[in-house]
Design a protein around this ligand. Structure first.
Ligand code: PMT
Length: 414
């Protein structure tokens, strides 16, 4: 049985040529057992008739913000927003992305997106130049930072004759993505907070102390946790990665900013995973002007940064805490010492150095927790992250329900 059985899908259709694919999407959703309510923008009705989508969905298509018949039937826009288990807009045009980014409510579809607490998924479709335009890029980044999930677009031939990114995903791909959202995962209902990437500690207005973290490991962990059903917040240092679908991202620069962003949220999470490479020290004071190279030597006065992971572990009611340990030598001994010193539940230790750990596609991890350890051999960070999340989920459940989960905690013990 599909995970969409009996789920209520509010399908928004906005005005682009890909609107014709909405008919097949509605058919697939209905075949998967979902209830589908189609809401069209005025532009969409010029590409495909409401009657087609009404016949396929078995429900009158909604278009007007003020619909007297619907209001009389108890389905005003607020009731409709509450009715939905998920909102999917396919196709989502550049104009729709812009209106959603601004929080506008100037038609029924944008009003519903604003009024609903259900997850919002967007399947963009547009010309490649419109997709690449800085305005669209900024709108997408803003929407993703609010936890909106972008499905696609794919690359390929576009209806306008150009080729590139901008094709709406095929209806079967959208169906699979939606089914994935409703599949029960090992972290269903769990709130996960993840840190990722480097921090930058300013020396002067143009220079900083930083490190080689690309953010890949932490972003893969955030994505894997979201795929396992968790509500994920990612506190990220400056990196060049897109926010994983369905993840809320908070971007920071310095260790102090990361500390503040994490401490403001740590009390509300079940699991905290610290994958960021946080600077242990920062310049005592950043120079107000660019430092001139007049002196033959320059001595930097550095002071300690707060330890985010240790501070979270010290909270009166701490979440399940997972730290990473980046070591160049004696991996296991240093990692065990770090777990004890910071008082955390689990350490994922990785060797770092040239071609290892930092800024690489692959990694390997040694997981150390009370009473056991587990080796995750070299693999792409995305795969390792999924394995790590399953180990964390098992250990977290074992801590919450010791009797019910039995041997889970000892699994893989070396
Ligand atoms: O980003 P990538 O290029 O993919 O690289 C991944 C990675 C190598 C950065 C990642 O796998 C990793 O090891 N992250 C932790 C790096 C690190 O700072 O390790 P550490 O041994 O110095 O710190 C131990 C733990 O304390 C870490 O969980 C760290 O996030 C945390 N910490 C450290 C200092 C500090 N002030 N606050 C912290 O929370």
């Amino acid at each position: 049985m599909s995970s969409l059985a009996n789920k209520r899908v509010l399908l928004g259709v906005s005005g682009g040529i890909a609107a014709y694919k909405a008919a097949e999407l509605v058919r697939l959703l209905r075949a998967a057992g979902a209830e589908v309510q189609v809401v069209m923008t005025r532009g969409a009705t010029r590409f495909i008739t409401p009657l087609t989508l009404q016949a396929l969905s078995g429900r009158p298509v909604r278009e007007a913000l003020f619909d007297e018949a619907a209001e009389a039937g108890g389905m005003d826009h607020i009731s409709l927003a509450r009715w939905a288990d998920v909102l999917l807009v396919a196709p989502a045009t550049a104009d729709l992305l812009a209106r959603l980014a601004q929080g506008r409510a100037d038609d029924l579809l944008t009003t519903l997106c604003l009024a609903s607490r259900a997850p919002l998924l967007l399947a963009p479709a547009m010309n490649v130049a419109m997709w690449d335009h800085p305005a669209t890029r900024a709108n997408v980044a803003l929407l993703e930072s609010r936890g909106v999930a972008l499905l696609g677009p794919a690359e390929g031939e576009l209806a306008c004759g150009e080729a590139g990114a901008g094709r709406m995903l095929e209806p079967a791909e959208l169906l699979a993505a939606l089914e994935g959202r409703f599949r029960r995962g090992s972290l269903d209902g769990c709130r996960v907070l993840v840190t990722a990437g480097p921090t930058r500690e300013p020396l002067d207005p143009v220079r900083y102390l930083g490190n080689r973290s690309s953010g890949r490991m932490g972003y893969a962990v955030a994505e894997a946790a979201a795929l396992a059903g968790a509500r994920v917040t990612l506190v990220s240092g400056p990196v060049a990665l897109a926010c994983p679908p369905g993840v809320e991202r908070v971007v920071v620069e310095t260790a102090a900013e990361m500390h503040a962003a994490v401490m403001a949220r740590a009390g509300d999470c079940d699991i905290f995973i610290a994958a960021a490479a946080v600077a242990d020290y920062r310049p005592q004071a950043a120079a107000a002007q660019k430092i001139k190279k007049s002196a033959p030597r320059l001595t930097l006065d550095l002071v300690r940064n707060p330890d985010i992971l240790a501070d979270v572990a010290r909270l009166p009611r701490p979440p399940f805490t997972v730290g990473f340990a980046a070591e160049t030598d004696d991996l296991e001994r240093h990692a065990r010492a770090k777990r004890m010193a910071k008082g955390v539940d689990m350490i994922a230790a990785n060797r770092v150095g040239p071609g290892l750990g930092f800024d690489t596609e692959d990694n390997e991890l040694l997981l150390i927790r009370e009473g056991g350890s587990e080796r995750l051999p070299r693999a792409p960070k995305t795969r390792l992250a999924r394995q790590l999340i399953e180990s964390i989920a098992a250990a977290w459940r074992a801590r919450r329900e010791p009797a019910a989960t039995g041997d889970d905690h000892a699994q893989g013990t070396a």
